[in-house]
Ligand binder design. Sequence first.
Ligand code: FA5
Length: 339
Amino acid sequence: LREEGLAEIKKASDEQKLNEVRVQLVGKKGELTKILHSMKEISPENRREVGQKVNELRDLFNSQLDETKSAIVKALIAKKMEEERVDVTLPGRRSAVGGKHPIYEILDDLEAYFIGMGYQVVQGPEIETDHYVFEMMNLPKDHPARDMQATFYIDPENLLRSQTSGDQARVLEKHDFSKGPLKMVGPGKVYRRDDDDATHSHQFMQMEGLVIDKHVTMGDLKGTLELTAKHIFGQDRKTRLRPSYFPFTEPSVEMDVSCFNCDGKGCAICKYTGWIEVLGAGMVHPNVLENAGVDSTVYGGFAFGLGLDRFAILKYGIDDIRDFYTNDVRFLEQFRKEE
Ligand code: FA5
């Protein structure tokens, strides 16, 4: 039985088979138990010796069974480790990361620039009310200048804002002038029923600017606009201010930047004018201040609304504004910076 038992244990190749062998040899109904049960048939003088042998054999089987079991488990773990081996020296797979959109390059740059000059950044809603976009901005319902911006109306009171100028009214209403002057920029998306062409899109981005204090002059406005243009375009690009008209500023101006393509000489992109208009601006109309509860005999200042898309066109030499919105990856990839 000893030799047979050991051979059986040796043969068992997995845990299940080994368990079967264990039951067969040392289990309750196993071979050794059978011998113990038949002790009464053995002569009393031999009983002690047989008992001892059975016990020895059980110990031997048990220790062999345990040894074999741990060898099987070890082999199993080794096999699993081998199968799940990971080569940590292999280079990882690169995930495709996006780049910042060129308009946001300009936007982030300008935000940091204005914050550095003490401006706060505000963000007005894209679905705005007629009240803030027009009425508070000195454009009552029947004002002819409403036609200057073909507006998408949702209902008679709500609209997709056609300019960020509503942000001016929102901050003016809230500002506490006893705590100091008001300086803010408000960037964001605007929408117009404009026909799309190389320099017009029905969705584009503006950055509103507003500075209100006791002694702000047109010279401050001119200096701010010219410095801003130099900050974005460098020292050499030419700029000019033209007189213009907006209901919320008086006097009003527009700033042009010399065309990136022909340097002011005239080409199709700038419609042979040599210039591309980038912003509207002016000294804040007293009615705008009064509408928001600000005393226009004490306070005054300037405002501007710059077209971020036009800034991006001129900075990066892009010949069609629509490229910003069609999301052609080949176009956008040109602006990706090396990580
Ligand atoms: C305005 O929207 C005024 N709210 C600007 C302003 C603010 C004046 C504060 C005075 C004081 P305008 O409609 O001209 O003005 O637009 C301002 C700028 O937005 C333009 O100079 C141009 O750069 C840009 N812009 C206007 N229409 C489009 C368009 N369809 N696509 C791309 N950019 C546009």
